[in-house]
Unconditional design. Structure first.
Length: 475
């Protein structure tokens, strides 16, 4: 059983969902043997809460994991890996292990026997393929979070163009200015007193690296001089600089953003999904393996005047869900509603394992086996930091959370005629809005909280960064 989470992946940028650019040949090949869900949605618009929801089948307000450098998963919560491990499955998690959004020490590593770094440049790919070969004769649950697409902004070229339907990056002015600022920041921190990076002996022993003349090679060389903990802190500083750059540049040249995004989708497909598919077939495992491909959230490129993934707009919450059943017969598509919290109960159900009482999602196994023609979800739900949403096949309501509901803007969309949610009907369809609101309130009132306590931010996170994390979920 393999779970592939491609961080930040929009379904409408995949060929199997109708995209014209040829960026996803390997994913499309798996989809050609799969059930493809046209209406699958994440539980939150950013990585930490959404991915934990996939791994626990808990909505964000139940697991309580919203803020990086702060929240931790309760030991009362069972993860999908813990359950598979208890049933004698070999389990492994391939991901960035110490980025704050996926930190294995706050809950992401829970239950996985093996935890291996899978980097932006696909460092760890060979280890992943070897892990499959080593465990091919055992029952296994392999999960991965692939981060390349999420960091597409690192590869933006403002003069990008495309050719013959393929994504092609052309060298030009780019986010390389951020890397230069990052280098200068490292030099400053190393030279300044009262910073954790101050080290006069280190600087004097490597004057050529700290001379203030930037090169990309110098950044990597300097990072290797510091111990692992400080290297991670430097990566977090870099992420903060990139986040600030993204906010300042949003919308100025959106086609370059889309080109860079498509390039990272194509690279992920070619450099990781294709070798994975090839290895499964070489080992004779492909036909009998359950494969689930999804995302934690999507990305907005100016729709609703939003950029990035900090809101509950359609383009952010709509995600791919591709499920290849073992010994699948013919592929098919469904418009039934599905959500990230459904993945754990579905996987366990298909494996013949009892679904734990904590699970708030529903098994899609009846639909996948076509023993039921209708899916289990009348509604699906999404939670942001300040807003919540309820969606049926016909309508979607987005409202501020309770404490801000009286003054905040409310949205109601008629999905059968407005699938991309452009025309707000809240003030014209009050009867429907009231019905959806009642269902949303009933659902929210039914949720059990597993949060043990209110955690404090890590002491090294300053006040301004804390405020930004609370506001955006990121930096």
């Amino acid at each position: 059983m393999i779970l592939v989470i491609i961080d930040d992946l929009r379904p409408d940028h995949l060929g199997c969902y109708g995209y014209k650019r040829k960026v996803s040949a390997a994913i499309d090949a798996i989809a050609a043997d799969s059930v493809v869900f046209d209406n699958a949605f994440s539980q939150a618009p950013y990585t930490l809460p959404s991915t934990i929801s996939i791994l626990t089948s808990l909505y964000p307000s139940s697991h309580g994991m919203f803020l990086i450098y702060k929240d931790k998963l309760s030991k009362r919560v069972q993860t999908i890996a813990e359950i598979f491990s208890a049933y004698q499955y070999r389990t492994a998690w391939f991901s960035l292990l110490k980025t704050p959004h996926l930190d294995v020490d706050i809950g992401f590593g829970r239950g996985f026997q093996d935890k291996v770094e899978l980097g932006i440049e696909f460092e760890g790919r060979q280890e992943l393929l070897y892990w499959i070969e080593k465990n091919r004769k055992h029952k296994f649950f392999l999960a991965m979070d692939i981060r390349r697409v999420h960091d597409f902004f690192r590869f933006i070229r403002t003069s990008s163009k495309h050719k013959a339907g393929h994504a092609v990056a052309e060298q030009g002015s780019s986010s390389g200015d951020v890397e230069r600022d990052f280098y200068l920041k490292i030099v400053k921190l190393a030279l300044e007193k009262k910073t954790p990076f101050n080290d006069p002996a280190l600087v004097s022993g490597h004057r050529d690296l700290f001379n203030g003349i930037y090169s990309a090679e110098k950044v990597d060389q300097i990072k290797q001089l510091f111990p692992e903990g400080k290297r991670q802190q430097l990566d977090n500083i870099r992420d903060g600089l990139f986040s600030a750059w993204v906010r300042s540049e949003a919308g100025k040249d959106i086609q370059s953003w889309i080109n860079a995004y498509d390039e990272t989708v194509s690279t992920t497909d070619r450099e990781l999904i294709k070798p994975l598919l090839r290895e499964l077939k070489r080992l004779g495992l492909y036909d009998k393996t359950l494969i689930i491909i999804t995302a934690d959230h999507g990305e907005a490129f100016g729709e609703h005047n939003e950029y990035g993934h900090n809101s509950l707009v359609y383009e952010v919450n709509h995600v791919p869900l591709i499920i290849k059943m073992p010994y699948a017969s013919k592929p098919w598509r469904t418009k039934e509603l599905a959500q990230g919290v459904d993945i754990m109960p579905t996987a366990l159900d298909l494996a013949g394992i009892a679904i734990p009482h904590q699970a708030q999602g529903k098994s899609l196994s009846g639909l996948l086996r076509q023993s039921n023609t209708n899916g289990p979800n009348e509604y699906v739900f999404e939670q942001g930091r300040n807003k919540s949403s309820i969606r049926s096949k016909e309508w979607r309501l987005i409202v501020p959370n309770m404490e801000k509901r009286k003054k905040g803007i409310k949205h109601l969309y008629h999905l059968s005629v407005d699938p991309h949610e452009r025309n707000n009907l809240y003030y014209f369809e009050q009867k429907i809005a009231s019905k959806m609101q009642n269902e949303l309130d009933r659902w929210q009132g039914s949720l059990v909280s597993y949060k043990d306590k209110e955690y404090e931010f890590s002491p090294e996170i300053d006040r301004l960064t804390r405020e930004r994390i609370r506001e955006t979920g990121y930096w």
